[in-house]
Design a protein around this ligand. Structure first.
Ligand SMILES: O=P(O)(O)OC[C@H]1O[C@](O)(CO)[C@@H](O)[C@@H]1O
Length: 187
């Protein structure tokens, strides 16, 4: 049966609204505090989760924050002054898990944005923000989704990042137009 655009976009928007409303404010504030108290913010994740993290890293760079994607060609060393933000719904994906462990060994702080509070990542996590939605593990207490695979997690992650950036701008009374100084100009 042919699916209408209207009913389909409503599924996506309703799922997103429900998810965003289910994120704990205090967890978000802890993440903002961690970002504010760090020298550089590193990001790690895989697949579409990484794409959302890249968008967040770019947006935080527009606030004058030094951001790094783990694996980028000019990646600097992480130190105890830095924060690693791990995006992983399941908290079990091998690459982000290994990088979180390594970051802890260098004394960096680790923030995990994920769905699964009881993942192996929790051993290395200082700050946890839960987006309690469907992961590839299909755990019982996840918000189910009609969308493909873990789209809802990836979308919510991006919206969480944009929300955090806006909160930081408003907290610091930053003039939005002044942020263009941080935007790439070779384009
Ligand atoms: O968020 P997790 O559990 O680390 O899983 C990430 C993987 O899941 C997916 O989001 C699958 O939908 C992939 O893009 C990515 O490879």
């Amino acid at each position: 049966m042919k699916q209408s655009f209207d009913s389909t976009q409503q599924i996506v928007v309703d799922e997103l609204k429900n998810t965003m409303n289910s994120i704990d404010e205090l967890q978000v504030e802890s993440l903002i505090t961690a970002i504010n108290n760090t020298e550089k913010v590193f990001f790690v994740g895989v697949g579409r989760v990484l794409l959302s993290l890249e968008a967040i890293a770019k947006r935080l760079a527009h606030l004058g924050i030094q951001t790094v994607i783990v694996g980028e060609i000019t990646e600097p060393a992480i130190t105890e002054k830095d924060l690693l933000i791990v995006g992983s719904g399941s908290g079990k994906t091998m690459f982000p898990l290994g990088i979180a462990k390594k970051a802890k060994q260098f004394g960096a702080k680790v923030a995990h944005i994920g769905a699964n509070p009881e993942s192996p990542l929790s051993e290395f996590t200082d700050v946890f923000v839960r987006i309690p939605v469907q992961t590839k593990l299909y755990l019982p207490d996840e918000i189910p989704s009609q969308q493909i695979m873990t789209s809802l997690f990836e979308q919510s992650l991006l919206l969480l990042g944009d929300t955090i950036a806006l909160m930081m701008v408003k907290d610091q009374n930053i003039d939005l137009k002044s942020l263009w100084q941080y935007h790439a100009n070779l384009e």
